[in-house]
Write a protein that binds this ligand. Sequence first.
Ligand code: PLP
Length: 390
Amino acid sequence: MNMIDIEKIRAETPACENIIHFNNAGAALMPEPVFAALISHLELERDIGGYAAAERASEELHAFYTEFAALLNAEPDEIAYVENATRAWDMAFYGLQLQAGDRVLTHASEYASNFLALLQQSKRLGFAIDVAPSDASGQLDVAAMEAMITPRTRLIAITHVPSQGGLVNPAAAVGAVARKHNLVYLLDACQSAGQIDLDVQEIGCQILAGTGRKFLRGPRGTGFLYVAKHLHNDIEPPFIDLHSAEWTGLDSYEWAPGARRFETWESFVAGKISLARAVRYAREIGLPAIQQRVTDLAASLRRELADVPGITVRDLGKQLCGTVTLTKDGEPPDELARRLEGQGINVSVTGAPYAVLDLGARGLDAVLRASVHYYNTDNEIDRFIEVIRG
Ligand SMILES: Cc1ncc(COP(=O)(O)O)c(C=O)c1O
């Protein structure tokens, strides 16, 4: 495994000099090469116009597909550019041919927008939503989930790493169950892409959605979708345009080949190019090394928090990642977040309305979320602990 050159990485992330950024689960800091790719394409658009600029950048645009294919162990034509993780997930989910009487399996850690989409479609179409229980650690209980599968179960839709905690769900074990029962498996990897080494073959998901701005360190307004080739013809994208399909006759059209059918003609070209650069940046460092460092930093943050009076770490699960959630007696999460921000430390707060089945069910109104990335340091953790103590 590569050693990460932290000094170089931090030098390429100039904001590290001024702030302690523990909001990587919200939006991470872009590294200079990613920022440069973004700005230089915008400059090209300014100088020669958006269409000519896209033509000149055809190689960089093509790299979007090859970079994500390499990141996920997929094929380039299984990758689509979508403006964010929610719409990427939607483009696949709303295209599945679910019917009245079908059943969909999910878990309490499911992302709020995905669960809302499940609710909306279940009301429209009449399928049932089964929420698989958690095991004693709080992660999805795979055996209990398998026991809930019926002949009408069609889909497993779960979130790898939730927004509201450091839990990593056992995605590959779920994949093995999906394969055994021949179910479509839709994985939300929005919080795991960029901090966890993902391999869609190993996980066994046929659909995976993610965003650019979080642990991948890309710009805002960017996302991606993976759909396994054998499913392309089974999913009818909910929207169509002249990029995702060809108008072949007066009353006919044909879907574009590959995952392009999930895209739209108009897109944030500079964002797409710079997200591809962000993926290359992560791959150059090495995902296994990133995963190791992020996990280690978060583990030492949790260890130090355990010694602070009044602090409760709220993360569930057996395998943990870079997101650390906590509450402090006598200081509500939003007040604590404001105090940290006043000291130059970025964090975020997740409230129960964003996680009704999780935080709501645990009786937590909100948690403070401190999410570290590989460019954070032990000194930053020490400073965070100092401020948390008050
Ligand atoms: C687990 C998870 N899934 C999906 C999303 C949605 O991502 P986006 O805002 O890019 O649509 C988020 C955003 O916080 C998330 O945490």
